[in-house]
Ligand binder design. Structure first.
Ligand code: B4P
Length: 188
C-alpha cells in the first residue's frame, strides 16, 4: 500500500508516520528528513537547500522528486511506503503518479490531518524549544503556512476527485490520532 500523510506544518505527519513504521512495518519516505540529512552531511544539495528550508520556503520540485525516486524501489520491495511531507505541490503529485504507474502501482490512500492554526503554532513553538530546529521560528512558520495554503492545499481537491482522501481529526493526543488513522486505513 502507498499512503500519503498530508497536512500543514506541525500537523503530526512525521509523528504518525513513525508510529505506522513501528506498527505496520511500512517504510517512511520523509522529504523533510531526507533534506535535513543532506544538510547535516554538508553535501552540495544540503548547502543549496539550507537557506530555502530555514526561510520556510519549498525546495524546488525537481530536487524532492529526485529524492523520492531514489528510494521508490526500496519502498516497493517493502510492499509500499508512507509518504510524509511529499507531495507538497501539484507537480510533485503528478510526478509521483507517473513514478508509481511505471511500477504498476498507485497512491492508495491520502490521510489529511486537520489541525487548527493556533495548535500548529503551539506545537512548532514547543519543538523549537525542545529541539531548536532552525525553521521552527515564528517568521519561517508564517512562510510555511502560506506555502501550504498556496501550493499544497490545492492537492486536497486533486485527491478528493480521485476518491482517495480521508479526513482525520489531528487535534487529539498522539494516541487518539493514531487510532483515527488506523481506522481510516483499514476502512478503505
Ligand atoms: P517537514 O520536515 O515535512 O516539516 P513539517 O511540515 O513541519 O512536518 P513535521 O513532520 O516535521 O512535523 P510534525 O507534524 O510531525 O518539512 C520541512 C521543510 O522541508 C519544509 O518547510 C520545506 O522547506 C522542505 N520540504 C520538505 N518536503 C518538501 C517537499 N515535498 N517539497 C518542497 N519542500 C519540502 O510534528 C510537529 C510537532 O508536533 C512535533 O514536535 C510533534 O511532537 C508534535 N505533535 C505531533 N502530533 C501531536 C499531537 N497529536 N499532539 C501534540 N503534539 C503533537
Amino acid at each position: 500500500m502507498n499512503l500519503i500523510l498530508f497536512g500543514p506544518p506541525g500537523a503530526g505527519k512525521g509523528t504518525q508516520a513513525k508510529r505506522l513504521v513501528e506498527e505496520r512495518g511500512m517504510i517512511q519516505l520523509s522529504t523533510g528528513d531526507m533534506l535535513r540529512a543532506a544538510i547535516a552531511s554538508g553535501s552540495e544539495l544540503g548547502l543549496t537547500c539550507k537557506g530555502i528550508i530555514d526561510r520556510g520556503e519549498l525546495v524546488p520540485d525537481e530536487v524532492v522528486i529526485a529524492l523520492i525516486e531514489s528510494r521508490l524501489d526500496e519502498a516497493e520491495a517493502c510492499g509500499g511506503a508512507i509518504f510524509d511531507g511529499f507531495p507538497r505541490t501539484l507537480a510533485q503529485a503528478k510526478a509521483l503518479d507517473v513514478l508509481l504507474a511505471g511500477r504498476g502501482k498507485q497512491v492508495d490512500r491520502v490521510i489529511r490531518l486537520r489541525v487548527d492554526e493556533a495548535a500548529l503554532l503551539d506545537r512548532i513553538t514547543q519543538r523549537f524549544a525542545d529541539m531548536g530546529r532552525s525553521d521552527d521560528n515564528p517568521e519561517s512558520f508564517k512562510v510555511r503556512l502560506k506555502a501550504y495554503a498556496d501550493q499544497t492545499a490545492p492537492l486536497i481537491p486533486y485527491y478528493e476527485g480521485q476518491g482517495k482522501l480521508a479526513e482525520v481529526d489531528g487535534m487529539g493526543s498522539v494516541e487518539a490520532v493514531a487510532r483515527a488513522i488506523a481506522q481510516a486505513i483499514d476502512n478503505r
